[in-house]
Design a protein around this ligand. Structure first.
Ligand SMILES: Cc1cc2nc3c(=O)[nH]c(=O)nc-3n(C[C@H](O)[C@H](O)[C@H](O)COP(=O)(O)O)c2cc1C
Length: 417
């Protein structure tokens, strides 16, 4: 997650900055918007404020109710100078759309609004997405200003070609699509920001396995795979290459995750074993069955008026098997879905019995958390003690679990460059 300072200047394409903001927020970034006075004639500040949950600033003399902080960050206790504080906190400044006028101001160092003053004050990379009429884009002064900015180290995207806002006109000058601007922003962030899981490979298991009883029936469990998918997404946000081995997938996965679908515990064991050697971190959030039917009759079992006794045999203990062959530089996090108050002592025993580094315990007897709930509450059990994560969304819990794993491993991102 990065702090993106989005500058919006005056042009028809200002409305597309709303979609850019939405996409950036959905990707987990924290966004603050600064608008030039003329951009407010094209689009209202309330839209950005509604999406980001933070006030929009236009003048450097305006009081910033958030004192330069980004959403999700604590506000400083003092009253800082707004444009200096917001600029210092940004990981990336994006100006989209960048008008010809704003480009000219930035190239010559004019600082007469919150946007232009912040631009001078930032220490982070800056990405400009120009949008204007084709004649304005090809005007010698605009070409010169763009060249000046590029020489200053500012990243200026080329506008797209196509139909333009002015009636019947076409040519080069369209704002690149918001998704493209976000992808260019994320490339810049990857180059400039070190994330703790940069270059690390994370293997995540998720979902409930199904053990066939006959050709049409299975024994399953209530795991929805949500916790595992959130862990996979959180690991991607921290810079990792992520493979998710998911039993019987039910929901979509975020971009950047390679998903391998499996059905049974045996299939999951094979899929994980094939990939484990390359992994730095294994997060075993799946709920593999502990037992499977001893026999698999062909076709469908038919009722014959009498009962049916199924013989069950134990499945492979996936995590114990993987931990036996693990290297010292690999970290394994197991999960324990326990029922009731004895959970903690069972989780502590599991830590040693399975030879893992952390056990994430959750109490599945509480219907408000756990299986198929968007919320969870866990206790992370390690050899040095326990860390409780109070009831929160599974996304927040996933971030908390990764935080503990990264801390235990001592990964910084720089150690792996
Ligand atoms: C309807 C309309 C559309 C405009 N569209 C653009 C545009 O797409 N790109 C641009 O550079 N200027 C455009 N302008 C001109 C800018 O709004 C004008 O240069 C303004 O001073 C820019 O101020 P700012 O850079 O501080 O936002 C447009 C003006 C109007 C009236």
């Amino acid at each position: 997650m990065a702090r993106i300072l989005l500058g919006v200047s005056g042009g028809i394409a200002a409305y597309k900055a709303v979609e850019l903001t939405r996409l950036a927020m959905a990707a987990g970034h924290s966004v603050r918007v600064v608008m030039t006075p003329s951009s407010r004639r094209f689009i209202g500040a309330a839209t950005f404020e509604g999406i980001t949950g933070a006030p929009v600033l236009t003048s450097e003399f305006e009081e910033d109710p958030m004192r330069g902080a980004f959403p999700g960050d604590p506000e400083p206790s003092h009253d800082p100078i707004g444009h200096l504080e917001i600029a210092a906190n940004a990981d990336l400044m994006v100006i989209a759309p960048a008008s010809a006028n704003t480009i000219a101001k930035l190239a010559s160092g004019i600082a007469d609004s919150m946007l232009t003053t912040s631009f001078l004050a930032v220490g982070c990379p800056v990405l400009l997405a120009p949008a204007m009429n084709e004649k304005m884009w090809h005007a010698p002064s605009t070409s010169r200003n763009v060249e000046t900015l590029r020489q200053m180290g500012v990243h200026v995207m080329d506008p797209d070609a196509g139909s333009l806002a002015s009636r019947g006109e076409a040519g080069k000058g369209r704002l690149p699509e918001p998704a493209e601007i976000l992808s260019a922003s994320e490339s810049l962030l990857r180059e400039s920001v070190t994330l703790p899981l940069d270059g690390r490979r994370v293997l995540v298991s998720a979902g409930g396995t199904r053990e066939p009883v006959d050709g049409v029936r299975f024994i399953g469990n209530r795991s929805s795979g949500r916790m595992g998918r959130e862990l996979a997404s959180a690991a991607v946000r921290l810079g990792a290459d992520v493979v998710l081995v998911e039993a019987n997938p039910t929901g979509p996965v975020a971009a950047g995750i390679e998903r391998v679908a499996v059905e049974t515990t045996a299939e999951m064991q094979v899929a994980l074993a094939e990939r484990f050697q390359k992994a730095d971190l294994l997060l075993m959030a799946a709920a593999p069955a502990d037992f499977r039917p001893a026999e698999l009759p062909e076709g469908k079992l038919h009722r014959d008026g009498s009962g049916l006794v199924l013989e069950l045999v134990p499945t492979e203990d996936i995590v114990a098997g993987l931990s036996q062959g693990s290297r010292d530089d690999q970290l394994i996090v197991a999960f324990a879905a326990e029922w009731g108050p004895d959970g903690l002592s069972r989780a502590r025993k599991k830590l040693d019995r399975k030879g893992v580094d952390l056990v994430v315990l959750n109490d599945v007897s509480d219907p408000a958390i756990g299986f198929d709930s968007p919320m969870n509450r866990v206790c992370i059990v390690g050899r040095d003690g326990e860390v409780e994560l109070e009831t929160a969304t599974k996304r927040e819990i996933a971030e908390g679990i990764l935080d503990q794993a990264v801390r235990l491993a001592g990964w910084t991102g720089d150690d792996n460059r």
